[in-house]
Design a protein around this ligand. Structure first.
Ligand SMILES: NC(=O)c1ccc[n+]([C@@H]2O[C@H](COP(=O)([O-])OP(=O)(O)OC[C@H]3O[C@@H](n4cnc5c(N)ncnc54)[C@H](OP(=O)(O)O)[C@@H]3O)[C@@H](O)[C@H]2O)c1
Length: 337
């Protein structure tokens, strides 16, 4: 059994901790947190050991009567692998703690690529993780793009990809972030950072990305235009994507016309926290013409990296193939196929 600690219990950390608890080959030793809020109380009620991120947090927890199991350093000492899910650029500051304790670590996409030995998307480069000390699970948008581009590149060869990303401006609990009534170019300059981030996993892909923030909290929406090296009809592209793990097709005929319908779908399926771990592609949007394929895809930013974190833990353990790990992860999370 792989003993796992999760440092950071926010949007990503909470989900990764829950997913670790579902794995037969993993044990969640505990989670580390700074603030003694409702999330800490609920974790304790669910039998999760909560550790304080630092000395100051210990006092804050004790002032509100919440007992902690120890300090972050205690958690690190008791695990085989740490998943760092702290805010962007905090992970790099925690790295010396993991190195000092000789513990392997999984970082998130908010960190710069050089925080870890490799950037990671399970279906693209699982085997490259063997023998590494740390991995960086790339961001939600990059994870989704890598799944798609790796699949199409293997099937047809990708000559070049052009992607416009309409990004959710904030996560649901980020009440201080906007915009409320604007579409913000993010950034004005092209390409956005996503193109370079894709190449940390798929170095040979020719890609340009353009990003804008839209006033919504629940999903990103990508518009993709991809030139292929060999001929592909719309139906063969659909078949290829349908056979790719963690990519799911929906259609307007079934009532899916917006990201809101996808959130509703997740609720109806009874998914925990309404999570969609899969890339969602509108099959009726797929159009192939003159060697180019276009389609729309939605990405649930809070959830899509959760299976990749679980696979990153197994990849670092060095005891699994990509297929074995992904199958275990997919089954435990009820990933659609
Ligand atoms: N949110 C997304 O949609 C998303 C998607 C993909 C990847 N990511 C990446 O995942 C990582 C985590 O993001 P997140 O959205 O999960 O963050 P978040 O919701 O803000 O949660 C961060 C957690 O880290 C804890 N923490 C530890 N040290 C901290 C410090 N020095 N300052 C502030 N908080 C600290 C916080 O504690 P308290 O809550 O106790 O204060 C909180 O539990 C980032 O690299 C991000 O880029 C995020």
């Amino acid at each position: 059994v792989i003993r796992v600690g999760v440092n950071g219990y926010g949007v990503i950390g909470r989900r990764v901790a829950s997913a670790v608890r579902l794995q037969e080959d993993m044990e969640l030793v505990g989670v580390a947190k700074k603030t003694p809020d409702y999330k800490a109380r609920l974790a304790a009620q669910r039998g999760i050991r909560v550790y304080a991120a630092d000395g100051e947090s210990v006092e804050r927890f004790s002032r509100v009567g919440l007992e902690v199991a120890g300090l972050l350093e205690d958690l690190i000492r008791s695990v085989d692998i740490v998943v760092d899910a702290t805010p962007e650029e905090v992970g790099v500051k925690n790295k010396p703690l993991y190195v000092k304790a000789s513990k392997k670590a999984v970082f998130q996409g908010g960190e710069a690529p050089d925080v870890a030995d490799a950037s990671f998307v399970a279906q693209c480069n699982f085997l490259e993780a063997a023998g590494k000390q740390s991995l960086r699970v790339v961001s939600c948008n990059t994870t989704a793009l890598c799944r798609i581009l790796h699949s199409l590149d293997q099937a047809y060869g990708v000559r070049r990809a052009r992607v416009v990303l309409a990004r959710r401006a904030a996560d649901p609990e980020e009440t201080k972030k906007g915009p409320i009534d604007s579409v913000v170019l993010d950034p004005v300059e092209i390409p956005s950072h996503h193109a370079e981030d894709v190449r940390t996993v798929l170095p040979n892909i020719n890609i340009t990305t353009m990003a804008l923030k839209v006033p919504t909290t629940h999903m990103h929406l990508h518009s993709l235009i991809i030139s292929l090296k060999s001929h592909a009809s719309a139906s063969s592209v659909r078949d290829t994507l349908e056979q790719t793990p963690r990519i799911v097709m929906v259609s307007a005929a079934d009532g899916f016309r917006s990201t809101s319908h996808l959130v509703d779908f997740a609720r109806e399926m009874g998914r925990p926290r309404n999570d969609l771990y899969e890339n969602i592609v509108w099959q009726d949007s797929i159009r192939a013409e003159d060697g180019e394929v276009c389609f729309f895809m939605a990405v649930h930013q809070e959830a899509i990296v959760v299976p990749e974190n679980i696979d990153a833990i197994r990849a670092l353990s060095g005891r699994f193939t990509a297929g074995e790990s992904m199958l275990r992860t997919n089954r435990s999370l009820g990933i659609l196929k």
